[in-house]
Design a binder for this molecule. Structure first.
Ligand code: SF4
Ligand code: SF4
Length: 381
């Protein structure tokens, strides 16, 4: 259901280019990030602006394929293509890139990316539990802090980190409240509108402003629900979407689900629940608290990655979903392989209907996807 506030979110991304340009003129530094493992708190504590750089569009992929293999994940090709073609204003504004050793494709792509901008690489452990992994990761997080101090000629104090932790936790709280609107039955918001909001809000340079506007949208949506205003009905199949990161430009599966009569009520992916289901502990030593929280991110590049399965199961109950769709990009081995285990886990536990979709950013398979998604929605209706 459209509210006027959605138009504000539509404009947010365009307006953020102007505010970033002004901020740069006033001497502000910008750090571009590609992953949920990159702690934005440290960038904020350095007085800089964190900005997401993950490529979600098909257009720059042709440029990337002049260098990168064609059978690579489209997210990696799109991200590299934006940098190589110079067409992403956010990349151009970035003074430094914060990268991380998650999947093989990404970490090798970063080696090439470092020719365009200064790049700091966080070396991520491959497991999440145990003192050793945490100690190692804390060292990496500390090195990122020291690198930003050097690059931006600043000193990051514990108080700077505490302030940034509070700010980002508040941002998480407001986004979670918005995502929880999907628990209402029927939801007053389409998955496409929700995705647009989640995606565009990431580009806002003023965290306090974004919290306010997200909170306003959440309360408007609750009002709409009370008045019975919704594009859906009680029988609309409710879908939880998990898997790879998705944004505007790579939204085709979300769009098809809703065009075929479903409603994506819950996004478990990186820009959404994965990012907000847990806060950084405000009562702990700040750098350690940041390291602990980020290391627990339930991504398929970790082995094992049991906490992702548990999170999906919990969300499926809380959002009262009728089916779970696992989106994997072609060439993403970690999510593709993990999909098999996820399917078995969900079927053993609750026998929830499950569909894996493997695709890329192109439009070539839209008709084929429609047939599969339509059949799935019919089966769970
Ligand atoms: S899916 Fe994993 S590697 Fe990709 S952005 Fe999320 S946390 Fe990072
Ligand atoms: S979607 Fe998969 S292959 Fe692509 S960047 Fe993320 S983890 Fe790597």
């Amino acid at each position: 259901m459209k509210t006027n506030l959605l138009d504000e979110f539509e404009d947010l991304r365009t307006n953020s280019v102007t505010s970033l340009s002004k901020a740069k003129e006033n001497g502000k530094k910008v750090a571009g990030m590609y992953c949920l493992y990159s702690p934005s708190e440290i960038i904020l504590a350095a007085g800089a602006i964190p900005i997401p750089l993950c490529g979600t569009r098909q257009d720059p992929i042709a440029v990337a394929e002049k260098v990168l293999p064609r059978n690579l994940c489209p997210l990696i090709k799109s991200s590299y293509g934006f940098a190589a073609s110079g067409t992403c204003p956010y990349f151009n504004f970035s003074d430094i890139l914060i990268a991380e050793t998650t999947c093989d494709g990404k970490k090798k792509m970063y080696e090439l990316l470092s020719q365009y901008k200064p790049l700091h690489l966080l070396q991520l452990p491959q497991k999440q539990d145990g003192e050793e992994a945490l100690r190692y990761w804390l060292g990496e997080v500390n090195q990122m802090k020291e690198r930003l101090e050097r690059e931006f000629a600043v000193t990051i104090t514990d108080q700077d980190l505490r302030n940034a932790i509070r700010l980002v936790n508040e941002e998480r709280r407001s986004l979670k409240d918005l995502l929880d609107v999907g628990k209402l039955k029927p939801s007053p918001l389409s998955g496409m509108d929700l995705l647009m909001v989640i995606y565009n809000r990431g580009f806002c340079t003023d965290k306090k402003e974004v919290v306010q506007i997200v909170d306003r949208l959440t309360s408007e949506l609750h009002e709409l629900y009370k008045r019975g205003v919704t594009p859906f009905n009680i029988k609309t199949p409710r879908i939880l979407l998990t898997g790879v990161p998705v944004g505007i430009g790579s939204h085709k599966v979300v769009q098809i689900i809703e065009e075929c009569g479903g409603n994506v009520v819950c996004f478990e992916s990186c820009g959404a629940y994965k990012a907000v289901y847990e806060h950084v502990n405000e009562d702990q030593e700040p750098l350690l608290a940041i390291a602990e929280k980020y290391l627990r991110t339930p991504c398929s590049c970790m082995s094992p990655n049991a906490s992702r399965f548990e999170l999906i199961e919990k969300l499926a109950d809380e959002f009262n979903v009728d089916g779970i769709m696992d989106l994997t990009w072609q060439g993403c081995h970690t999510y593709n392989i993990e999909s098999y285990s996820l399917k078995n886990y969900l079927q053993e536990k609750k026998r929830r209907p499950f569909l894996q979709i493997e695709t890329d950013y192109s439009e070539s398979d839209i008709e084929q996807l429609k047939v599969r998604i339509e059949a799935f929605l019919e089966m769970i209706s």
